[in-house]
Design a protein. Structure first.
Lengths: 309, 309
DNA sequence: ACACACTGTTTATGTCGTACACAGCCCTAG
DNA sequence: CTAGGGCTGTGTACGACATAAACAGTGTGT
């Protein structure tokens, strides 16, 4: 029992809070956690999270792989620290902005910018609650923006979560695009065109009527931003709720749905099997069509080779 | 040039659409893509995405690792197929429901259920557009639910994205909890309590005043569901927009924000460095406090051991 | 001055994805 | 009806990767 007196934080989180107790004896340290994290972030910025291996980070700093473990207890910790570093503090200028809507908008925009600069952040799986200092600062500032509203504490947190989530989702979809762009060297317009072409070939009007209509309406070629629209709707929804509160409306109960309590795995299996039947029928149909096309092509080929047959 | 006549779909996606052209010659196949995918899903359901290795899947089916590559061209493809399989078709019963709000609600709920049953889906990074048959079916049904509204095609797609994103986010946060639960064997209540305790110790009223107030208000101990609240606000926001349209309001421009166009990496570096200064100052402060506490503890210890000193 | 906590390094282990070459199977062209 | 070749599942092999363990050198508190 070394009695560290700190609650057992997830190791990486503890490091992020600066709970480290630098050693007294021994040779001078040549590296530092910060240098390691910076090197890792640079690697990830350049070539994605996959490029971050302990060996690569160490090499970038001119050391051997194992040396990093004197500063970071495991790779997972390093990733938490990278996240923390890239997250940074929310822009202080937000405090000068008037109106909760505008503040939320600016915070949202700032989050998207971060994700665009560090797309690898979106590849990090959400692991419980990485309650690190910087992420706490973002939550704090978002909550502060909402203090002028009549929302209660829980509702404010719910809004915070919603904004963060929307930004995360936005970033993920956008980053998907930019990753494809970097891998294939296509411009966004080219990617869009290609996707549209793919959709065009795959979405049959029988199986996906509504989606087909959307494709025909050219939604996948549009350059308007669906996420901005979504964010506006979210703000509207919050405003409507606030108005209703002001008009003496009752607060939302916000109770968890009963359905979600027990994930009935057995039922799911049965369900998936039933679906498989449907899928198989559909596949059979597609196969039939495909075979027909293939047969036609073969016939044509043979005819071309042996015109007299 | 084998002239496959199909556009070059991402390999895994092609498989999902059943574009496979089963071979004519050679020994009878003993396995099938479906069996492989099912085995992989079962593994992932039981022990997470990390438990899905080619070797593990093969072993479960009684074959050698390499045999899988006759059916699946790479692990990434297998994962796309797992996603597709677990996604399944949207519940057909949604079509019987009256009202777009109610339909969206049911689709949302159904998505959450899927994520609860297959939490590993949330660990799969969003890779561009996995436009697979089943995911298309979900989009199709969501769009269909919105056809009774005066929203135009792009707006409907934006709403679809928003609902999916919220569900994904919801699932991710929830799954984080349940993963922690499985790893540590704690009940949700215990986890909540633990998190609350952690927050309590880390969130200082000086650095995070608004967040501190929220903690004190007990938001992390509440059992009400922030996501349901959020979803209600989203629906409200859409409804408000529809009302505005009906009243003759103009459509949202939804133009992309200029800021987002160019992610200025150099500026970010400068920004991060400036933040580092702030962080360092804060850390110094925390360290000072910590050292003080440590010194105090040491003094007490020494006093206890040598009462006469 | 000496012990020992601590440094960065070396070596080694186990897991993983997957390339490649193989021996046997069986459809199809001749 | 036979031969060729595309197919099957398998075995071996290789290169990443995370990280455990043992090591020789360093510098500080006793």
């Amino acid at each position: 029992m070394t009695e560290d007196s700190e609650l057992d934080l997830p190791r990486g989180v503890a490091l992020a809070w600066g709970v480290s107790a630098d050693p007294q004896r021994g040779p001078k340290r040549e590296m530092s956690v910060e240098k390691i994290v910076d090197a890792a972030v640079e690697l990830a910025d350049a070539d994605g999270l996959g490029a971050v291996s302990m060996a690569a980070v160490a090499a970038r700093l001119g050391y051997t792989p194992m040396s990093l473990y004197r500063y970071v207890s495991a790779k997972d910790d390093l990733i938490v620290l990278m996240q923390e570093s890239a997250t940074g503090l929310p822009p202080a200028a937000v405090r000068e902005i008037d109106g909760w809507k505008e503040r939320l908008g600016e915070l949202f925009r700032a989050q998207i910018e971060i994700y665009l600069r560090h797309p690898w952040m979106l590849d990090i799986p959400i692991s419980g609650s990485p309650a690190t200092p910087n992420s706490s600062a973002w939550v704090d500032m978002t909550l502060e923006a909402l203090e002028e509203t009549p929302l209660d504490a829980e509702e404010r947190l719910a809004v915070t979560l919603m904004v963060t989530g929307h930004a995360h989702w936005y970033g993920a979809v956008l980053a998907g695009y930019s990753t494809v762009g970097r891998t294939t060297g296509m411009t966004p317009a080219q990617i869009t065109a290609r996707e549209a072409a793919l959709y065009d070939g795959l979405i049959s009007p029988d199986e996906f009527p509504a989606l087909r209509r959307a494709v025909d309406a050219g939604v996948f070629l549009s350059d308007s931003d669906p996420f901005v629209f979504g964010f506006e709707r979210i703000l509207d929804g919050i405003a409507a709720y606030i108005d209703a509160l002001a008009a003496g409306g009752a607060r939302s109960a916000g109770a968890a749905w009963a359905v979600l309590e027990d994930a009935d795995v057995a039922a799911d299996k049965k369900y998936r099997e039933a679906q498989k039947t449907v899928r198989e029928a559909e596949k059979a149909l597609r196969d039939a069509q495909k075979h027909q096309r293939q047969a036609l092509r073969d016939a044509r080929d043979r005819l071309a080779r042996h015109p007299g047959a």
